[in-house]
Design a protein around this ligand. Structure first.
Ligand code: SAM
Length: 233
């Protein structure tokens, strides 16, 4: 009999990341209301931001994750709009969001799809809208695990929730290149060592922290997936 799939470790994440708390403060100061959490997982930021009074949207490819988020919102008596879509699709109009956040999500794809996702983020942000993301960096302990399908994209082949999931490991130059259409406010590499439970080895986790905004003069552009789809339908 198959072993039941283990629960993803991020289902246990209950506290908002401190950088999202900082962003919420900035948004309040600037009178920003509408925020998308792309790859919202089990809902720690959707719930936090809804509690703080924002108009919150969450997307994720995992129905289990969205159900967790919906349940948590209901328990708190809060509401948000949740949709199951791949990161390459943001089913909202051009310039819709004041801010988009995406923590530990965007690297889970091929570089072409990540570029499409970033184009969608840029399209759906209003000019001057804020973007905060974390992306896995080269040198992270998972780099080199599984099958290499293109430069720096590895598909993990482990039993469990990461089986078949791509991880693209970013260099600094590549991050700067894929964010070309944005105004990059800050880019920082963060590293943390910890003992990996499965192997007992001391490993290094490495991520890029990205703060950017859609350029103020950026006109709505037609490269976005959703824009093209809408135009054809
Ligand atoms: C490590 S979790 C992070 C969850 C959340 N951002 C947080 O910080 O708590 C990664 C999330 O990315 C989602 N994800 C992975 N690939 C995706 C894709 N192609 N499109 C949308 N979401 C995806 C997963 O389902 C999962 O919920």
């Amino acid at each position: 009999m198959d072993k039941p799939r283990e629960e993803p470790f991020w289902f246990a994440w209950k506290e908002p990341d401190e950088r999202v708390v900082a962003l919420a403060g900035q948004m309040k100061k600037r009178g920003m209301k509408r925020v998308l959490d792309l790859g919202c997982g089990a809902g720690r930021h959707v719930v936090y931001l809804a509690k703080e009074g924002f108009e919150v949207y969450g997307t994720d490819i995992s129905m289990d994750a969205l159900e967790r988020t919906a349940q948590w919102l209901a328990e708190e008596g809060l509401s948000a709009t949740l949709k199951r879509v791949d990161m390459t699709v943001i089913p909202y109009p051009d310039g819709f969001f004041d801010a988009v956040i995406s923590l530990y999500v965007l690297h889970h794809n091929t570089i072409a799809n990540i570029r499409t996702a970033l184009s969608e983020i840029r399209r759906t942000l209003r000019p001057g809208g804020l973007f905060f993301a974390t992306l896995v960096a080269t040198g992270d302990f998972k780099e080199g695990r599984g099958q290499l399908i293109e430069p720096r994209t590895w598909v993990v082949e482990e039993q469990g929730y990461e089986d078949g999931v791509p991880h693209h490991f970013f260099t600094e130059d590549e991050i700067r290149a894929v964010l070309e259409g944005f105004r990059l406010i800050e880019l920082e590499r963060g590293e943390r060592s910890f003992v990996e439970e499965a192997t007992g080895h001391l490993v290094l986790s490495a991520h890029w922290e990205v703060w950017a905004e859609r350029r103020k003069g950026d006109k709505n552009h037609l490269h976005g997936h959703a824009t093209i789809r809408r135009a054809r339908s």
